[in-house]
Design a protein around this ligand. Structure first.
Ligand SMILES: CC(C)(COP(=O)(O)OP(=O)(O)OC[C@H]1O[C@@H](n2cnc3c(N)ncnc32)[C@H](O)[C@@H]1OP(=O)(O)O)[C@@H](O)C(=O)NCCC(=O)NCCS
Length: 219
């Protein structure tokens, strides 16, 4: 009788198309996988609640984190998805190696997610949000380029899609600057935080596309 790895208590080897927990360093900021420690960290839970209450995030990227319990649940779901290798959610945080701080929890700036939409076909989708203080210095573009490069190189992503409401001009600029040309309009394709269906621009970058121009840092 054969014994499966999980039945024997041995973690299965990751498949080539699993998203595997990785930290991506961008000088002054770091994209790091959320960890189970975050669930026990009130500062982090409060930052997620603040993010959920930000009007722009609530409208364009609603976050189910109305209170600490909901934020903890959101983190738990994200952790399980990392374990399964099918959704990669990073916290975007200040790089404590560079910012001499005594805080044990570095400042949360935002989050970025890469998720499979059709793993067998190499099709994935990317999304992001930043807290207000982190906007306006090109961070979303740099984070998107780094995460896309990582997904193409390590998980066999063939085509990475990015969709945003047509009214969300900042996200449209992030997509274009990150090497995701616009491909068309998806009519009434997604229900956003205002409860209404909005048209979206669909952008995509292929693994075979040329790398975008390097984006600058905090300017
Ligand atoms: C969208 C978001 C991630 C952009 O990130 P960012 O790092 O702040 O982006 P930037 O400030 O560098 O702006 C990118 C571009 O959009 C432009 N822009 C910013 N706000 C804008 C606005 N309200 N209207 C039009 N253009 C805007 C900037 O001038 C910049 O243009 P450039 O490329 O010519 O320099 C951030 O605004 C955010 O988190 N918004 C709320 C959540 C959200 O919309 N998530 C995306 C869902 S698809």
């Amino acid at each position: 009788m054969s014994t499966s790895a999980s039945a024997a208590g041995i973690a299965p080897a990751p498949s080539p198309q699993d998203f595997v927990r990785t930290t991506l360093e961008l000088d002054e900021v770091v994209l790091r996988p959320w960890s189970r420690d975050d669930i026990d960290e009130p500062t982090t839970l409060d930052a997620l609640v603040a993010a959920a209450n930000d009007p722009q995030i609530a409208l364009w990227n609603p976050l189910p984190a109305a209170d600490r319990d909901a934020a903890a649940k959101w983190l738990e779901v994200r952790e399980n998805a990392w374990d399964a290798g099918n959704v990669a959610t990073f916290a975007i945080v200040e790089n404590t190696r560079l910012t001499a701080t005594t805080d044990t929890v570095p400042g949360l700036l935002g989050a970025l997610t890469v998720r499979w939409t059709d793993r067998a076909d190499g099709l994935a989708m990317i999304g992001y949000w930043l807290l207000p203080a982190a906007r306006g210095w090109g961070l979303a573009t740099r984070a998107t380029i780094a995460a896309a490069d990582w997904a193409f190189a390590t998980a066999g992503v063939r085509r990475l899609e990015l969709a945003h409401a047509v009214e969300n001009e900042a996200s449209c600029r992030v997509a274009a600057r990150s090497g995701f040309p616009a491909e068309g309009v998806l009519r009434a394709s997604y229900r956003f935080g205002d409860g209404a269906y909005h048209d979206e621009h669909l952008h995509a970058r292929l693994a075979t596309d040329p790398a975008p121009e390097p984006a600058g840092g905090r300017g």
